[in-house]
Design a protein around this ligand. Structure first.
Ligand code: GRF
Length: 224
């Protein structure tokens, strides 16, 4: 059965775009019920409009506090008929009540190899630290920031002749592959949780090609 997906994003929305594209090419079995931004004028809303997807802006500055905002947010997701929430550059912490409304159904992508370099500047922090390997992580969302169980990670070397922006761009490109894949595993009900560990049931299909200088685990499957 298709995922009934709500995508929450605050800005550019290239990860949201990767989800739209994966749905359109038939790789991701999801019905995108809502694209929501907390920021008026966010580029992600234009992207959603270009694909004629249901979209909404819920401006957080108009709410008295986080709990009031998150109640309205949960209502918007429910009203849209979504049961799964993908955070795609959504720059706000979610309240425990919001997470309790969608147990095990909220995912996030982070531009570093968690648990290293959590926080809003994860990619830049890793580059500035001088790491030799960096990457990105898709994980279930828990109450603490960037701490939930890890579904998939992609790893790339930091090359001597590139700057932080170039490294981030290569990582961003891998985000666009691993996030739709993680959602597809969820759609196929192949993910299960034992404690903090996420287990992926075998799929049996062909695997996708990955760039020579990248390592992704679990491996991506055809279509991603
Ligand atoms: C990505 O780097 C993602 O890992 C982080 O926020 C950024 C969003 O980028 N959580 P975009 O808006 O999807 O282009």
């Amino acid at each position: 059965m298709s995922l009934r997906l709500a995508i929450l994003a605050s800005g550019n929305g290239s990860n949201a775009q990767a989800m739209f594209d994966a749905v359109e090419r038939g790789a991701l079995d999801a019905d995108i019920r809502l694209v929501l931004s907390n920021r008026p004028g966010a580029r992600v809303l234009e992207r959603a409009a270009a694909h004629s997807l249901p979209r909404r802006c819920l401006d957080h500055t108009l709410f008295s506090d986080r709990n009031a905002y998150d109640r309205a947010l949960a209502e918007a997701v429910h009203e849209a008929g979504a049961d799964t929430v993908a955070l795609a550059g959504y720059m706000r912490l979610l309240s425990p009540d919001f997470l309790a409304a969608f147990p095990g159904r909220v995912l996030n992508i982070h531009p570093a190899l968690l648990p290293a370099f959590p926080g809003v500047h994860g990619a830049a922090d890793a580059a500035a630290w001088g790491v030799k390997l960096s990457g990105c992580t898709v994980h279930f969302v828990s109450e603490e920031m960037d701490c939930g169980p890890i579904i998939v990670q992609a790893c790339v070397p930091a090359l001597q002749d590139e700057d932080a922006d170039a490294l981030q761009m290569r990582i961003h490109h891998l985000e666009h592959r691993i996030y739709p894949q993680a959602l597809q595993w969820l759609a196929e009900k192949r993910l299960s949780l034992k404690g903090r560990r996420v287990f992926l049931a075998p799929g049996g299909g062909p695997l996708a090609e990955t760039p020579a200088q990248a390592f992704i685990w679990p491996p991506l499957e055809a279509g991603f």
